[in-house]
Design a binder for this molecule. Structure first.
Ligand code: SF4
Length: 100
């Protein structure tokens, strides 16, 4: 029997990039974003699946909404789930350009 071990939440369709190959049609002009309450509702509902082990947060670019990512990940952890974030890592590029 096939068991669901993970779910993916598209936290936002907004992205700071506009890739032609984007499967979600995300980009700077998109604004659809989950609320914290919606994210917690979906995670909490999925947690009823005994086999669920992890949540993947994706978009769009989730790190454009850091407080939302933080709260959603904290909620998942409190429920005993591991999580990951799919990011285009724009923040790493900004850190590399930092003078320190
Ligand atoms: S979500 Fe990914 S593929 Fe889509 S526009 Fe952003 S960086 Fe590009």
């Amino acid at each position: 029997m096939l068991e669901t071990q993970g779910i993916s939440l598209i936290l936002t369709k907004k992205c700071n990039a506009s890739c032609r190959h984007c499967g979600f049609n995300s980009g700077p002009g998109s604004s659809e974003t989950m609320t914290e309450e919606e994210a917690k509702y979906y995670i909490g509902s999925a947690r009823n699946l005994v086999s669920l082990k992890m949540v993947s947060f994706t978009g769009g670019e989730p790190f454009l909404y850091y407080p939302l990512v933080y709260e959603a990940m904290s909620f998942a952890r409190a429920l005993g789930l591991t999580s990951e974030i799919v990011s285009n890592s724009f923040w790493a590029f900004q850190l590399c350009r930092s003078p320190w």
